[in-house]
Design a protein around this ligand. Structure first.
Ligand SMILES: *[C@@H]1O[C@H](CO)[C@@H](O)[C@H](O)[C@H]1NC(C)=O
Ligand SMILES: *[C@@H]1O[C@H](CO)[C@@H](O)[C@H](O)[C@H]1NC(C)=O
Ligand SMILES: *[C@@H]1O[C@H](CO)[C@@H](O)[C@H](O)[C@H]1NC(C)=O
Ligand SMILES: *[C@@H]1O[C@H](CO)[C@@H](O)[C@H](O)[C@H]1NC(C)=O
Ligand SMILES: *[C@@H]1O[C@H](CO)[C@@H](O)[C@H](O)[C@H]1NC(C)=O
Ligand SMILES: *[C@@H]1O[C@H](CO)[C@@H](O)[C@H](O)[C@H]1NC(C)=O
Length: 424
């Protein structure tokens, strides 16, 4: 049996028609279960025979492929190859695949999967989104990377019945971080259900499924602009901060959000000093204001509200910066790095520079701390605090605030930014 499914070319943002074979699938699955149950009853002393066409199961994680090192191969469901693609969308697989109708079936206990027309299995009806990530569903950036491509594929009108989330090929993820849950609820209009698949006691087949295993990797910039524009709009709408954000903005106003973090990990060593220096520069410019914010214990909508009412985000490289997507388009981003990132971190250190662009924001440069001892072990830079160069920070703040003051004075002549969300 050919187990490489043909990927059905799907137009994004359209609800796919249920396959004509759906009813047959239920009937066959149901009859199979009944038949096998009675078989099991009569032959309870003997070994159950697998039907002739019982498909071969593959490990979810292919041990022969190293994780995430090959651009065209993936260890997760490695026997599945997408043969066609929607232009600009990351690689994804759509089931049932055509000719003949093949469904994705997962054995969560044996950590394996197969593609089958019929199996002795629980059938989960409706559409299931299946994702795998190498990282973490609690980290806003990594979770957004893993889950948002589905929103590009389906728009905000197509609501899946459930998400099945794998972490490094392991099933059983039952929840995600509160921030990304907020993003998903906002985009999907409330319905965001995660199914860990462990409660069914055996093989689970998905009536319809879309699998994404590369996150945003491979998505065209055009589609990224569309996706993050939609997510901004949906977040504002969900949190009730669309339109003028509940209050009138003064002309040429520039509102700085200085975002710090709790604890010792990538926080400011002298937060009050950073605030003082930026506030002093801000105070010299008409219309400028600054607010020090910690997202750590803030609800999703409180974070969205803070960002919606800010024009400049100044923060330390970290997942809290993912919130920039809820700032008004054209807003500015100032990023700071602890010592060691330039040398120690890979290409991922430029994430928020790219993300600023995808969110239609203006990246206003970065500052890298040079003070302190060198790293004595390879990852030490990750957990460091960020210091302060008063001269640099003052000059940088002045330059960025002036630029945005001019931009906003021009923009306010142009009118409103939100008039309902486009999900196309
Ligand atoms: C079908 O499922 C039943 C119940 O889970 C099990 O007892 C039986 O052995 C299974 N048969 C096959 C062929 O897997
Ligand atoms: C990956 O696929 C692309 C497009 O088919 C191809 O150009 C490239 O050479 C492949 N890379 C490797 C390492 O096989
Ligand atoms: C923090 O920075 C401010 C402004 O530069 C400075 O006046 C203050 O002494 C610093 N505090 C510490 C503890 O270094
Ligand atoms: C935020 O929450 C954490 C963990 O729940 C707690 O330890 C911390 O004290 C809280 N911080 C603030 C500022 O409330
Ligand atoms: C994003 O990057 C593209 C390509 O470099 C550039 O043309 C565009 O102006 C950038 N957009 C913003 C908002 O900076
Ligand atoms: C602080 O910034 C100024 C202006 O960019 C620079 O000339 C100076 O060398 C910096 N000081 C340190 C200690 O890095």
């Amino acid at each position: 049996m050919d187990e490489k499914p043909q990927m059905e070319p799907q137009r994004p943002n359209r609800r796919p028609k249920p396959p004509p074979s759906t009813v047959h699938f239920y009937v066959i699955a149901f009859l199979t279960i009944i038949a096998l149950q009675s078989l099991a009853f009569h032959q309870s002393q003997t070994q159950t025979h697998l039907p002739q066409n019982y498909p071969h199961f593959h490990p979810l994680k292919d041990p022969t492929i190293p994780p995430y090192t090959h651009p065209n191969k993936t260890w997760f469901m490695s026997t599945l190859t997408a043969t066609t693609a929607i232009p600009g969308m990351p690689e994804h697989l759509v089931f049932p695949s055509s000719k003949p109708t093949h469904h994705l079936c997962i054995d969560p206990h044996r950590k394996s999967y197969t593609i089958s027309t019929t199996t002795n299995a629980t059938v989960l009806t409706g559409l299931t989104f299946v994702a795998d990530t190498y990282y973490d569903y609690n980290n806003p950036w990594h979770a957004l990377n893993a889950l948002s491509p589905f929103l590009a594929w389906g728009g905000c009108k197509l609501r899946p019945k459930r998400f099945v989330l794998f972490k490094r090929g392991d099933v059983g993820v039952e929840g995600v971080g509160g921030w990304v849950e907020g993003v998903m609820r906002a985009a999907l209009g409330g319905g965001f259900r995660i199914d860990g698949l462990m409660g069914y006691g055996g093989v689970v087949c998905l009536e319809r499924a879309v699998v994404m295993r590369r996150g945003l990797g491979g998505m065209s910039s055009g589609r990224r602009y569309g996706l993050f524009g939609m997510l901004r709009c949906k977040g504002w709408e969900y949190c009730g901060v669309g339109g003028d954000g509940g209050r009138r903005e003064r002309e040429g106003e520039v509102r700085i959000a200085l975002v710090g973090r709790e604890g010792m990990r990538r926080s400011f060593r002298n937060e009050s000093g950073v605030r003082l220096v930026m506030e002093r520069e801000c105070g010299r410019i008409v219309g400028c204001s600054l607010k020090l914010i910690h997202f750590d214990n803030m609800s999703f909508c409180d974070q969205v509200r803070e960002m919606r009412n800010s024009d400049i985000l100044a923060s330390i490289h970290g997942a809290q910066m993912t919130n920039m997507m809820f700032m008004p388009p054209g807003s500015g981003v100032m990023e700071m790095y602890p010592k060691g990132w330039l040398e120690g971190a890979g290409i991922g250190q430029y994430t928020y520079q790219w993300f600023a662009n995808w969110s239609q924001m203006s990246y206003e440069g970065s500052w890298r701390d040079t003070e302190g001892p060198d790293c004595d072990h390879s990852q030490c830079f990750k957990d460091r605090q960020v210091g302060l160069n008063e001269t640099f920070l003052a000059e940088w703040t002045r330059r960025v605030v002036r630029r945005h003051g001019c931009r906003k004075a021009q923009a306010s002549a142009g009118g409103d930014v939100t008039k309902g969300c486009s999900c196309d």
